[in-house]
Design a protein around this ligand. Structure first.
Ligand SMILES: Nc1ncnc2c1ncn2[C@@H]1O[C@H](COP(=O)(O)OP(=O)(O)OP(=O)(O)O)[C@@H](O)[C@H]1O
Length: 379
């Protein structure tokens, strides 16, 4: 069990981490997500014992390691996995994994588990990036740590490898059954890997919750926007409902003048001469398409459909809310700029059809049923 209580870290006058508290239970993976400089790595370094906090405490399995006391890193029994693998180049895979270990059975277990047995005599220079990271993880787990800390473990790998390796690492951490804190700046990675996700901003934890909760019911507008494409529909809320220009739907978290969060999968569109919006831009994403639509009532919204939906900039369309869940509500913003995002890229053809291919990570599919509804409407 990891328990961080009221952690503060300052460098001179600059505050890197402010009043951060979180726990990670045995077998639980907590992903820490946030923009660059928000304090993710500093938090990890404090837990690892590489940094002394200005205030607060860190406990590992009930033992205080930072705060009133300071336990040096080598006595914390924490396993670290970094983005640069940190393998010994002159040692083989098996020697790297078994470094300073007396028993060989954990080495054999993790070599087998992580598909490295056939490479046991290879040297790191002859391994792919994914294999190197598996060796680093095997070494970490073979030492039977009480806690695993991962700092951007996939950021040096090809996009094609990232997706499969993230699941392999997650399975291995679950097999080890230890708590893990996994720092990333990749939203899809954080949401798909974390049992809980912590979203940080300017040194503070803005939300620590189940991935689905963070995505569908963000605690703040920052979290809403940071976790993926977000459109905000002005509305009037009361009695669990919100009335918007797209109709009245269930809404949570506000009364009176509000803005309702609509993810691209929460909306559907169909061609309609007398519709309520006009397509402003279109982005091809591979399996899906993303459209920016200017509603006649004012805001621009983003809508994701399957790849077969073809709309061009200027096409009149009807947009509807297809979400099967209550929309998250936020106090109405003075400046509605967030509802009018710029197109993601300059149009690449005369019709403004974007041809960037899979330009952005796909939004996590926590709304599969919504996507289906959206698709149904678009076809
Ligand atoms: N040794 C240091 N001395 C002074 N300031 C530091 C030091 N380490 C970190 N900082 C500052 O603390 C803040 C948090 O840094 P940190 O590296 O934890 O952020 P991060 O969220 O991990 O960012 P990134 O995603 O870019 O790695 C930043 O403003 C950074 O400049």
């Amino acid at each position: 069990m990891l328990e961080i209580h009221n952690l503060n870290v300052s460098y001179g006058d600059a505050v890197a981490v402010r009043n951060l508290s979180l726990t990670a239970a045995p077998g639980e993976i907590v992903t820490l997500l946030g923009p660059t400089g928000c304090g993710k790595t500093t938090t990890l370094r404090v837990v690892a014992g590489l940094e002394d906090p200005s205030g607060g405490t860190v406990r590992i399995n009930g033992r205080e390691v930072s705060g009133g006391v300071f336990t040096p890193p080598e006595q914390r029994n924490t396993g670290l996995v970094f983005q640069d693998f940190a393998l010994f180049p002159h040692l083989t895979v098996a020697q790297n994994v078994g470094f300073r270990l007396k028993r060989s059975d954990p080495v054999e277990h993790w070599l087998e588990w992580l598909g490295l047995a056939a490479h046991r005599d290879a040297y790191p220079e002859n391994l792919s990036g994914g294999q190197k990271q598996r060796v680093a993880l095997a070494r970490c787990l073979a030492h039977q740590p009480e806690l695993v800390l991962l700092d951007e473990p996939l950021s040096n790998l090809d996009a094609s490898l990232k997706d499969s390796l993230r699941w392999e690492i997650r399975s291995a951490l679950k097999e080890a059954g230890v708590p893990a804190v996994w720092v990333t700046h990749d939203q899809a990675e954080a949401l798909s890997i974390g049992d809980r996700v912590g979203i940080m901003r300017d040194g503070e934890l803005e939300q620590l919750d189940l991935p689905e909760e963070c995505f569908r019911a963000p605690a703040t507008r920052f979290v809403a926007e940071f976790l993926g494409e977000a459109s905000f529909l002005p509305g009037q809320a009361g009695k669990g409902l919100v009335a918007t220009a797209l109709g009245q739907v269930p809404g949570n978290g506000g009364e009176g003048a509000v803005e309702a969060l609509a993810r691209p999968d929460d909306l559907g569109l169909e061609a309609a001469e007398d519709g309520n919006g006009v397509v402003a831009w279109a982005r091809y994403e591979g399996g899906t398409r993303l459209f920016g639509v200017d509603l006649r009532s004012g805001p621009r919204v983003k809508i994701r459909t399957n790849h077969e939906a073809r709309f061009e900039p200027g096409d009149p369309v009807r947009v509807a809310i297809t979400a099967g869940h209550p929309l998250a509500l936020f106090p109405a913003a003075e400046d509605h700029g967030t509802a009018r995002p710029e197109p993601p890229r300059a149009a690449s053809s005369s019709k403004g059809q974007e041809t960037a291919g899979v330009a952005h990570a796909e939004a996590p599919n926590h709304g599969g049923e919504l996507a289906a509804a959206s698709r149904a409407r678009a076809q």
